[in-house]
Write a protein that binds this ligand. Structure first.
Ligand SMILES: [Zn+2]
Length: 249
């Protein structure tokens, strides 16, 4: 009788645990996961996901150019295929370009060969654009369990998440997006915006405002790879990660 009650509860507990693990920004089982870096310097990395998308990506590029800021764009492979010239423009303007999978499907509960193909196809597209050196990876929807971290760690790839999340995928209120960034940003932060997906007029305005406000506070902007070189310990790998990343202040 006790088993009859207990077993479903244990299974439910495991499922809830797996779900929490899959969506954690700061913890994964294997390999290197970077949420932010530890640095006393007032330096941050702006990142843009899900593009390239005509209109939005261009608007973001224009703002970055006007401010003289370099950012990092985690691109979706199928969008690179559709908008190759736009992807090339991002690169030509000196921004870092990373891999955000090929189709933007969640990479959990998928076979290793499926996940590897999602990584490889986008790597090949990025190489075709002329990307050299290390290609950083960011999981679609920030989701990962075992297969993705294992594949990334096996090939020494860094998984990049974020610690400043204005949630512009769900919200386009400029004031709210701006205040969410300004309330949570700190030296070494990685800020998540989106240039892809639905139209995001609020994001475009918020990015402009946030750059101005952070500059006023003495921050400078670097790409994610530059940020990783500056930081001592980022959010590192494995079971110690959670305790090595201080809670947000
Ligand atoms: Zn995404």
């Amino acid at each position: 009788m006790r088993w009859a009650v207990g077993t479903p509860l244990v299974v439910l507990g495991l499922l809830v645990g797996l779900w929490q693990l899959s969506k954690s920004w700061s913890f994964q089982l294997l390999g290197e996961l970077y949420v932010r870096v530890e640095t006393p310097e007032k330096v941050v990395a702006l990142t843009f996901d899900d593009g390239p998308k005509p209109g939005q990506t261009e608007a973001i590029l224009d703002i970055l150019k006007r401010h003289g800021v370099k950012a990092s764009f985690f691109m979706v492979g199928k969008n690179i295929e559709r908008h190759r010239e736009l992807a090339a423009r991002v690169l030509a303007e000196g921004h870092q370009v990373g891999n955000h999978s090929y189709s933007h499907h969640r990479l959990i509960f998928k076979t290793p060969s499926y996940v590897q193909e999602e990584i490889d196809k986008t790597d090949a597209l990025l190489r075709g654009l002329g990307v050299e050196g290390e290609i950083l990876f960011r999981a679609p929807n920030g989701k990962k369990l075992v297969v993705l971290p294992w594949l990334l760690s096996r090939s020494g790839r860094k998984h990049i998440t974020f610690d400043v999340v204005p949630r512009d995928d769900a919200e386009q209120d400029v004031g709210l997006l701006t205040s969410r960034v300004m309330e949570t940003v700190r030296p070494g932060s990685i800020i998540l915006f989106h240039d892809g997906g639905e139209d995001k007029p609020g994001t475009i305005q918020a990015v402009d405002i946030v750059i101005g406000k952070l500059r006023e506070q003495g921050y400078r902007f670097v790409t994610v790879s530059e940020l990783l070189k500056l930081g001592g310990i980022a959010s590192a790998s494995g079971a110690t990660t959670a305790s090595r990343v201080p809670p947000a202040e």
